[in-house]
Design a protein around this ligand. Sequence first.
Ligand code: ES4
Ligand code: ZN
Length: 338
Amino acid sequence: STLHSFLQALPKCEHHVHIEGTLTPEMLFSLAAKNGIELPSDDPAFASPSSLRLRYQKFTSLDDFLRYFFIGFEVLLTTSDFEVLTYEHLKNAYSQTVRHTEVFFDPQVHIARGVSYQTMLSGMNTARERAARDFPQMSVAFIPCLVRHLPASSAHDLASEILSHGHLEDATLVGFGISSTEAGRHPSLYSSVYATLRQAGVENLTAHYGEEGPSEYVAAAISDLGVKRIDHGRRAIEDPSLVRRLVDAKVMLTVCPISNVVLRGVQEIKDLPIRQFLDSGVRFSINSDDPAYFGGSLLDNYCTIQEAFDLSMPDWKVIVRNSVEGSWCSDDRKMDLM
Ligand code: ES4
Ligand code: ZN
């Protein structure tokens, strides 16, 4: 349709895609074979890439997905593995007219299984340099993400390690986030890690909240962690005073529509508060989260929003402007993107 062509051609900014979430079942199997990694033999889903893909269509919750997501990490061992994974993602993003992308990665989890921070970062940076040559219209940044299923002390250790690696001097690392399991992980558990990051001068802070957890977690992430963005943030709509606060503080939500349906946060796309966010002036961007697991590209996420909400051209202008303004790039780059 014409809207599909319009959305395909629309210059897009993505702020919420996990590099490990771009690992397809086919890549997972071929890297496991190359690296001699045994996949779980007690789970019939790991019989073949196609049976794994079928299992991905039956996630029952965030935690059910995360079990598979972290198994996928185990096949990534070398700098080259991270380079190939990242380059494939950037090529794919470019083919969808992505002009700026900020990519999450979970160093804590890779370090815990013996893969160094340098290994993953040098692979990702090589991919970024190749992409800069091959796709010069697209800017690429990375955001390390802490994880909530490991102890808070482990998050602290990682933050210190990253700061000691010169996070602040590396222009490609543009912020800091936290993700993984949400239930029972109140933001206050991480206030000292975030305070350490802020004191070290890291200004661009975000956190996954309001995906499964209550609006109170979103409010606490702003108060206790000092975040400028919320990843997901869907359930913020349940608290009108929080909605006003998001508008006043210009906090951007990085909404992931297909992810929310596949992980059963909502029954269907129409249940997302997109119209309410637009009407009340809450800034948001549209994102793919873990496209290889949820079966939808970034463009699919844009199209499904259009189909569910029948947005107007002025609506799309607002979405595009907010997603450029909410990007963590230079003001000069934002001017180029507008
Ligand atoms: C994630 Cl959908 C989602 N939620 C929380 N953490 C994550 N990590 C990767 N995808
Ligand atoms: Zn996410």
